[in-house]
Design a protein around this ligand. Structure first.
Ligand code: SF4
Length: 397
């Protein structure tokens, strides 16, 4: 590998698709969640401040090379893309080519956001993370937002003052895979965190001035804990008021411990309808309690594995312009749940095979095709159908 390359980790949230990725850690400090196999074969490593600074310097080197192709003063098509592509195709070192491509992509896309990888970057000592943030902003003053993943248990050990320091150094948003707010579900999936720790971490992050984006996994608790999963998650939202809740439909993937639990009979798959009902319950309960703080959380559906992609908007108490979002989201869910079972299954099939985006796409089906599909999907019993849908979902995670 040449001296001019930098590390690029594998995982980032979809919302960071245009962000520059800087790997400050490798792997995950926990590595034991039963549904996850992302870093199973990776030993956790936190890189030294010097090594991360060297990566930032190399990114700056490639940024300078890419900026030769900037057409200053030209508002539209402000980059000589052909020139960049020509230089890229003449490069003989594949690693360097990848680095230049990554930086060019970032700069051409605006060069505004950075995501610090991997699974738990906030496990870096706060001093080291602060150094990295300060240096990054010094080298690239145009950066508008820096975000990172953090594990809730780890985050719960820091105070609001600690987060305020990170905010002052330049960290704007923390993504955290809470998955569920139910202690029973968290235990079942071996998340290694409790609801109380999630709430403590969430409050400290928000009080420290950092945005919080949490992930919710409908269906991850299994059928018997489906209601718990929704209710516990709504409790966390009510206590913390996270900025974002991102829906990640549970996938029970071969090779994971959760899959083994299912095979052993210790876990029962939720249907797509169960998962949709969980989302409905969260929207219903968030902000519903009299003593809950004003909830301004935005529910995001930014992954193709979610069945109802259009269920997205503010989960908020009544009395503001966000009320419309709740009514619209609940209306969409009810429109789906009120359909006959055969139509719900047809929609699931179309969605899981990327032939439909939302319910309106069903209407484009001609009557003969719809009738044929209805007959086909109803041939399977409930278990067989849920297994088939889980198989489709697993292809995308
Ligand atoms: S904390 Fe995240 S990356 Fe680590 S095992 Fe759990 S889900 Fe996977």
């Amino acid at each position: 590998m040449s001296d001019r390359t930098f590390r690029i980790g594998p995982i980032r949230p979809p919302s960071e698709a245009n962000s520059l990725l800087i790997q400050v850690t490798n792997g995950c400090t926990w590595n034991k969640c039963k549904f996850c196999q992302l870093y199973r074969h990776t030993k956790f490593k936190a890189y030294s401040a010097d090594s991360i600074r060297a990566d930032i310097d190399n990114i700056a080197y490639w940024a300078e090379r890419v900026r030769k192709y900037e057409r200053k003063g030209v508002s539209a098509f402000a980059w000589d893309i052909e020139g960049i592509n020509a230089e890229l195709s003449n490069m003989t070192d594949a690693d360097e080519q990848q680095c230049m491509y990554t930086v060019a992509n970032w700069l051409v896309g605006g060069g505004e956001n950075v995501f610090l990888q991997d699974g738990n970057s906030t496990a870096l000592s706060s001093g080291r993370l602060t150094d990295v943030l300060v240096y990054l902003r010094q080298v690239f003053p145009q950066i508008k937002r820096i975000t990172s993943y953090g594990r809730a248990e780890n985050l719960s050990r820091s105070t609001a003052e600690d987060f305020a320091e990170l905010k002052a150094a330049g960290l704007d948003r923390i993504h955290s895979g809470f998955e569920s707010g139910s202690d029973a579900v968290l235990k079942r999936i071996n998340k290694g965190v409790t609801q109380e720790q999630q709430i403590r971490a969430g409050k400290a992050i928000k009080n420290g001035g950092i945005e919080l984006s949490i992930y919710f996994m409908p269906g991850v608790g299994g059928k018997d804990l489906s209601a718990d999963n929704a209710e516990g998650t709504a409790e966390v939202i009510n206590a913390v008021n996270p900025d974002f809740v991102r829906v990640r439909t549970a996938a029970v993937k071969p090779g994971t411990e959760l899959y083994q639990d299912w095979q052993d009979g210790a876990f029962e798959l939720c249907s797509d309808d169960d998962k949709v009902r969980e989302i409905r319950r969260v929207i219903e309960l968030a902000g519903a309690k009299q003593d809950a703080p004003q909830i301004t959380t935005y529910l995001v559906s930014d992954h193709m594995i979610n069945l109802l992609q259009s269920v997205e908007g503010y989960i908020a108490q009544g009395g503001s312009n966000t009320t419309d979002d709740r009514e619209r989201m609940l209306g969409l869910i009810d429109r789906y749940l009120d359909m006959p079972e055969a139509d719900r299954r047809v929609f699931q099939l179309l969605r899981r095979t990327l032939r439909a985006y939302d319910l309106g796409d069903m209407e484009r089906l001609g009557a003969p095709e719809r009738d044929a599909l209805r007959a086909e999907v109803m041939k399977e019993n409930e278990l067989g159908w849920n297994v088939r849908m889980n198989g489709y979902i697993c292809r995308y995670v």
